[in-house]
Design a protein around this ligand. Structure first.
Ligand SMILES: [Zn+2]
Length: 352
């Protein structure tokens, strides 16, 4: 173990520099009420949140209605303001597509592999018998009983777009697409209800086109998120950020990301640290990828260039978590329009 820790630390510290975050937009909450701690415990008590397993949850009541409202409302804004075309993509993604997206190279530790039993009568029968009654963990007859994983659960909402556009030519003046992505990131013991999930939902907006178009859209996206933050009345900042890359590639990739300012994060306040400073979580990001995906998937513009791409992902569950932390369970603290959406139970015609 100590050898592994040493190698991890050496990889993380090599060439490390403290990050300098640039802030692009700030929204300040008008609700004067205090932050509510441990909102998930109260949601569980009210039966608005159900832990099905580690990092996967079910929702009901106002928590579900807020998540549906956020998805519906942001989809409407993306279609209206960016004339985004609507799509849907599966939760499954082929491993070779993830390889081409560079995912295994950067985030191997977050991968969720999907497999199935091989088509062998005796092995399947053996599996049936050993798993027919109460097992916590699936018993495999042998390691060879499962196929090599050629499929994964999608770990970043926008990946299916690039494969879908392979060999296409896009107007340099740009095109936008939006969809609800179901996203899976395995995070071991860190996975906790709402704040960090294995399976979560992302309302995604993807831009494909010439370089000018992508940068213009990024500016407009920042303004739109500011508008959303004001509507929801959230303490929020949009700032430069880097991804939590796997240790052995972390330093180089983080430095590249910082120098290119290729990633902005939407950070929402969910508490205070020991020194009274706000503790924030990333509830979404705005990314520009340059020609990375355009090159990998041969996407061109009608101006004859390799297409550039960019995306915005809104993490629905984290917005819900931060909004309840900032406004609590009293409808009177929420912006009126949103309180009406989420706290009135239309089915029973009474207040939740
Ligand atoms: Zn994306």
């Amino acid at each position: 173990v100590s050898g592994k820790v040493q190698r991890f630390l050496a990889a993380m510290l090599q060439g490390h520099r403290p990050p300098q975050d640039k802030v692009y937009l700030t929204n300040v909450r008008r609700d004067p009420g205090p932050l509510v701690s441990d909102v998930c415990a109260e949601m569980r008590r009210r039966k608005w949140l159900f832990e099905i397993g580690q990092g996967h949850i079910g929702l009901s009541g106002p928590v579900l209605r807020l998540s549906e409202y956020l998805n519906r409302h942001s989809r409407g804004l993306f279609v209206e303001r960016f004339t985004a075309a609507e799509y849907s993509f599966p939760a499954l993604i082929r491993s070779d597509i993830l390889t081409r997206c560079g995912y295994f190279e950067s985030h191997p530790n977050n991968t969720t592999l999907v497999t199935h039993l091989i088509e062998d009568f005796d092995l399947i029968e053996e599996f049936r018998q050993s798993n027919a009654t109460g097992v916590a963990m699936v018993q495999l007859p042998s390691r060879d009983a499962v196929a090599a994983p050629h499929t994964c659960l999608n770990p970043a909402a926008c990946f299916p777009v690039y494969y879908t556009l392979e060999d296409n030519t896009i107007p340099a003046s740009g095109t936008a697409m939006t969809f609800l992505g179901r996203v899976f990131r395995y995070e071991s013991k860190n996975m906790a209800s709402l704040e960090r999930l294995w399976e979560f939902n992302v309302r995604e907006l993807v831009f494909v086109g010439g370089p000018t178009y992508i940068l213009q859209q990024r500016d407009e996206v920042v303004q739109l998120i500011g508008y959303l933050g004001a509507e929801l009345d959230l303490d929020m900042q949009i700032q430069t950020a880097t991804d939590p890359f796997f240790a052995t590639v972390s330093t180089a990739k983080k430095m590249w990301q910082q120098s290119m300012e290729s990633k902005y994060e939407i950070r929402l306040t969910v508490g205070h640290d020991g020194n009274g400073r706000p503790r924030t979580i990333a509830a979404g990001s705005v990314n520009v990828h340059g020609t990375f995906f355009g090159e990998r998937f041969a996407i061109k513009t009608d101006a004859g260039q390799v297409a550039c791409t960019g995306c915005l992902g809104l993490g629905i569950e984290r917005f819900v978590y931060a909004a309840f932390t900032q406004h609590g369970f009293d409808a009177g603290r929420w912006p009126t329009a949103i309180a009406q959406e989420i706290f009135s139970d239309r089915r029973e015609g009474n207040e939740a």
